[in-house]
Design a protein around this ligand. Structure first.
Ligand code: PGA
Length: 261
């Protein structure tokens, strides 16, 4: 199985409350990430109104910028929506699609499919979130994840998989303090890779990072990397605390250094 440079993505969600606080959070993170991480790719996903200001604070791209969502149309009469050309023009290089908090507000598999297409057509990296609402004793969560992935990846070509990242985020673990065990995360990573291998090829599947998200913190990060074997994290709560977020980046950096790609 191919090793990837771990991707550590901070999903700020609808935080912090003001631009001033967002800039402070970013500067704190930036100052703590003193050297350009060599083995890890740190990313933050601020709310839309803050992105371009944050971009000015990140000229060296030591920390990359992601968006938390996108609308698939590129321009026109779509009140309240934000397009991929807009996001690219303010320095966004990755887009999160299908986060469970958006699915819970009614985002459908069809919309997620169209968002994925829009992001890939714009030659930008898409982080597709999948995950079951609950873990039953019969393993039905595998079919939930499979259906979400099939829908999102419909029409995706093997050559575009290098710009696809899958974030496995069990809904019951998001913001709850409950984490999937490292073994469960590992099992789901293998399952996702098998689906990708069956649909595309082993080689194409190997280009896809599988992240874990759901109550990741500085205490569980190392085990999720070592035992879970995931290729990074999507982090909500802990990404709003600069020292904890950077602690996780450093943990991933140490891990990747001792397990080279
Ligand atoms: P959490 O959120 O780390 O606060 O659980 C993760 C996410 O929703 O991406």
């Amino acid at each position: 199985m191919k090793k990837h440079t771990p991707l550590i993505v901070g999903n700020w969600k609808m935080n912090p409350a003001t631009l001033a606080k967002a800039k402070k959070l970013f500067i704190d993170i930036r100052n703590k990430v003193q050297h350009r991480p060599q083995y890890t790719k740190p990313v933050v996903a601020p709310p839309f109104p803050f992105i371009s200001e944050i971009e000015r604070l990140a000229p060296s791209r030591r920390i990359e910028l992601a968006a938390q969502d996108v609308f698939f149309e590129s321009i026109g009469a779509h009140t309240g929506e934000v397009s991929i050309p807009m996001l690219k023009s303010v320095g966004v290089s990755m887009v999160i699609v299908g986060h469970s908090e958006r699915r819970a507000r009614g985002e459908s598999d069809e919309e997620i499919y169209r968002d994925v297409q829009a992001v890939l057509n714009a030659k930008t990296t898409v982080i597709i979130c999948v995950g079951e609402k609950e873990r039953d004793a019969h393993g039905n969560y595998f079919s939930v994840v499979e259906a979400q992935l099939r829908a999102a990846l419909r029409d995706v070509a093997a050559k575009d998989l290098k710009r696809v990242v899958i974030a496995y985020e069990p809904v019951w673990a998001i913001g709850t303090g409950k984490t999937a065990s490292a073994e469960d995360a590992h099992e789901m990573k293998l399952f996702i890779q098998k689906l990708l291998t069956d649909r595309f090829s082993r080689r194409a599947a190997d280009t896809v990072r599988v992240l874990y998200g759901g109550s990741v913190n500085k205490r569980n990060a190392a085990e999720l990397l070592h035992v879970g074997g995931v290729d990074g994290f999507l982090i909500g709560g802990a990404s709003l605390r600069a020292s904890e977020f950077v602690h996780i980046i450093n943990t991933a950096e140490e891990y990747a250094k001792s397990h080279p790609a």
